[in-house]
Design a binder for this molecule. Structure first.
Ligand SMILES: [Zn+2]
Length: 255
């Protein structure tokens, strides 16, 4: 299972004399902390809500803690959880709502990353119960439409509500949870980041276009072909570029 953002595809562009390294070597915890910071800046910023969980080779999970915002945490704040979601490494708590993530990981052995949050723009379309149309190229970087789970049964720390949301995701890559937020899965953090920011961009762009009276969505076949290319590889160099911005802003994210 590949948790690292450093996929084979990047290895093709590995640094050699005359070419720059994209980033210093990073630990798995540093990758999770950087992804939290990046996504917070992209709209995944509902205070202390939301989690990123990353399954490790030994079956444990890395996750962000309950007490901290995604924009303040650092690598040493990242927790390790056992397969039941209990903290086995780290100095913070994990919210009971983690059961949503454990349910999805248990059902989806084909993915290693689960993200849930209540992002600014995705939550608007979740509330309306509509899939945002694809009005531009950047909105098309991930193919397929998110599924809509059109029922709100309460916060997901209630096991039944969490299992229902996980069940609604089914075999899909992403979902809008009505009156709640978004849920998405991915093979690695690079792909998860692309899916998260594309959903938010697509939601914001569609809102703006429709506020101006509407536009013409991309032809479905063009959108599918575009997203089919970029989603599979997580858009090389994008995660690294955004990680560098975070490290420049606050190098302590790596501590
Ligand atoms: Zn939630």
């Amino acid at each position: 299972m590949k948790n690292s953002i450093n996929t084979e595809l990047l290895a093709r562009y590995a640094p050699h004399p005359g070419r720059h390294a994209l980033l210093p070597p990073l630990t798995a915890q540093q990758e999770v902390a950087l992804t939290c910071r990046m996504l917070s800046r992209e709209g995944y910023n509902d205070h202390i809500a939301g989690h990123i969980t990353v399954k490790q080779e030994d079956g444990s999970y890395l996750a962000n803690p309950w007490e901290l915002t995604w924009s303040e945490l650092t690598a040493s704040d990242i927790l390790r959880l056992d397969q039941a979601g209990k903290v086995i490494e780290g100095a913070w708590n994990i919210t009971p709502a983690i059961n949503l993530h454990i349910d999805v990981h248990t059902a989806r052995h084909d993915v290693s990353v689960v993200i849930h949050n209540h992002p600014e723009w995705g939550s608007v379309w979740s509330a309306v119960g509509r899939v945002p149309p694809i009005y531009d190229q950047t909105s098309a970087l991930v193919d397929t439409d998110p599924v809509i789970y059109d029922e709100y049964r309460g916060t997901v720390e209630d096991g039944e509500a969490g299992r229902a949301a996980a069940g609604a995701l089914g075999t899909h890559k992403w979902a809008l949870l009505a009156n709640h937020g978004v849920l998405l899965v991915a093979n690695n953090l690079r792909q998860a980041h692309l899916r998260a920011i594309t959903l938010e961009w697509r939601s914001r762009m569609a809102w703006r276009v429709e506020m101006l009276g509407g536009g013409t969505p991309l032809p479905a076949a063009v959108a599918a072909a575009t997203g089919g290319r970029t989603d599979a590889n997580g858009f090389p160099f994008l995660w690294e570029a955004m990680a560098r911005e975070e490290i420049r802003r606050d190098p302590s994210v790596l501590e």
